[in-house]
Design a protein around this ligand. Sequence first.
Ligand code: NAP
Ligand code: ZN
Ligand code: ZN
Length: 348
Amino acid sequence: MLKTQGYAAPVAKAPLAVHSFKRREPRENDVVVEIQYCGICHSDIHQVRDEWGEGIFPMVPGHEITGIVTTTGSKVTKYKVGDKVGVGVFVDSCRACKQCKNGLEQYCTEGFVGTYNGREYDGTPTIGGYSDKIVVDENYVFRIPNNLPLQGAAPLLCAGITTYSPLLHWHAASGMNIAIIGLGGLGHMGVKFAHALGAEVTVLSHSLNKQADGNRLGADQFYATSDRATFKKLRGTFDLMINTVSADIDWNQYLKLLKVDGTMVVVGLPEKQVSISASTLVDGRRSIAGSMIGSLQETQQMLDFCGEHNIVCDVEMVNIQDVNAAYERVLKSDVKYRFVIDMASLKS
Ligand code: NAP
Ligand code: ZN
Ligand code: ZN
């Protein structure tokens, strides 16, 4: 077994603290990745606080991982020692169901194996990326383009793919009017991708505080949702809206901003259920849809797209000792635009 050092929440809602544990010896298809950086996703906070229920504790969160391959199993063909790689939200799937066979592993019928707060198919709990190394089957590892810095690339593994996938699925392109709701970790990547794909991009944020950043990231328009006039002015404007908000908001107000046949894709995962008015959908043949991360192939495609267009996340580096304070700032929407843990700080 491999001795591993990380940070864990010992029980639900508790602050994270130093935690030592063991990972499996690499199997023939596994690579061992020395973790250099790990992004802080809002999903880490939801799960540490057990907002989605059934959390497995102690919990080492982290599913926006970048690092370097240090060991390869005997049958590994895709990677060699020294390669720059990433690990995202899941580390295995059943590989046999219709979804897995069709390259939609994120919707695996058996349920994918989450990078943390999940269980391997033999029942072993999985342990995430706020740690110094991880052992993963090479088929669930991604290649990071050489020109991308590993700090800025780390959040691509969740925030990046979660916004890239619906933009592609709903055919984001020039001539489309797209709104990104919430300018946080996911939202800022949504703006960058929608802009790179040629769409007209509008940010709908709590306030105008982030307006200059929004424009720099590629937004053409920026509106505050705290201003009631925004909802009047933008009625019937958008072909597509990507809703990244982590908190409970009234989706009905936002649905009215869609054109006829427009779609609001929900990617944010607030704690409570939301009620939708049927008449808002009916009046305008509007759709509401959901989307979860992206597939293996799509994630590699997104990373390669980022390599070609020189796209990375805007990150604020933190030492792991400051992770609890960073969580508080994420909850206040005070992050520009993703915290990334420098894993070298584990040794200090
Ligand atoms: P984040 O960085 O905290 O961003 C969320 C943004 O939502 C904030 O920056 C803020 O934007 C807005 N917001 C927060 N509280 C609000 C409120 N009370 N009213 C209105 N707007 C509010 O979080 P994230 O990491 O991007 O994650 C966003 C959500 O997506 C989380 O629920 C996370 O669990 C979920 N998620 C889903 C997937 C998936 O596969 N579907 C993957 C990853 C994450 P403004 O300041 O601009 O208003
Ligand atoms: Zn995430
Ligand atoms: Zn499957």
